[in-house]
Design a protein around this ligand. Sequence first.
Ligand SMILES: *Cc1c(COP(=O)(O)O)cnc(C)c1O
Length: 357
Amino acid sequence: MILTKEVVKIDVQKITKSRISELDLKNLTFGHLFSDHMFVADYRNGHWEKASIMPYDKIPMAPSISALHYGQTIFEGLKAYKNEAGEVLVSRPLANVKRMNVSCERMAMPIVPEELFMEGLIELLKLDKSWVPAAAGTSLYIRPFMFSADEYIGVKPSETYKFIIFTAPVGAYYSTPLRVLVETNYIRAVEGGIGYVKAAGNYGRSLFPTSLAKKRGYEQIIWTDARNHRFIEESGTMNVMFVIDDIIITPPLGDTILAGITRDSVLTLARDWGYRVQERKISIDEICDAHKRGTLQEAFGTGTAATIAHISTIGFDGKDYDLPPVPERIFSNRVSKELDDIRRGKANDKHGWMMKI
Ligand SMILES: *Cc1c(COP(=O)(O)O)cnc(C)c1O
């Protein structure tokens, strides 16, 4: 796909009055309030035709729009932070555009050129810089997404698409450690499916089993493999890791597991620090066994929204397996702090993860 100069030239329509006074920094929740502007690009006639930044607002659409019927809809998630000098730093945005394009391919959607994604993101963040909160635990969540836009209800890849980026200042996603239930009935993903894609349908399908787990007193599910329900896959919408006998263990990537960028950052730091890291299949039996022997030291989810979400209890087969208290967890606390320090410019960014706007 050729990116013409006109596509990167972004038409900017600024808001007339900022909504920033609605931003209550003391009571930041996750995902309710959105910054002033959004970036919008339209795909038609075989290329990205138009790119603009406009006030965040409703987007008009016909009831027949194909995304609503057949789910050619994908998204990304990343975050921006402020350092002590008030500069905005975005975490690993190129990894997101690359992953988005993996999603595009599987969903028969056109790829988003890296320049279009990055230019749009940079311009948007420059304009809405004042929406990036600086306090500990806060950040600007960035939501790029793309959907098919044909007004046509035949089942086929759409010919038109919209790519949008909007942002939301956010506080902590989970404030307390999670109770998670090992799911052995419903599945999230299957070989040959779209588990590795950030496609909307993956999340819709997870809500019902998660609501059943909630009724039983758990906050999230640990998904297991579709064939035997024996091997651990992910936890909710996060990758999952265990520390057993000082070894960091996480399921290997494949077509049933989303290649988390936080997962990659955590494993990279673990290796830097000389930890033994194993990306391999891990069964629920192995976890129960480690718990019995007293060698299950830590369990946590990794993802952009929460970074590290400590797991306090794993429910399986009618029994609760409690993990050591969070303050005793050496690795996950260390990696959580190091990632936070890198993102806020307080620790050496030796892997070049942060992009300054
Ligand atoms: C987004 C996501 C993750 C985490 O990916 P990050 O890049 O770390 O945010 C993990 N699992 C699923 C299913 C996801 O959708």
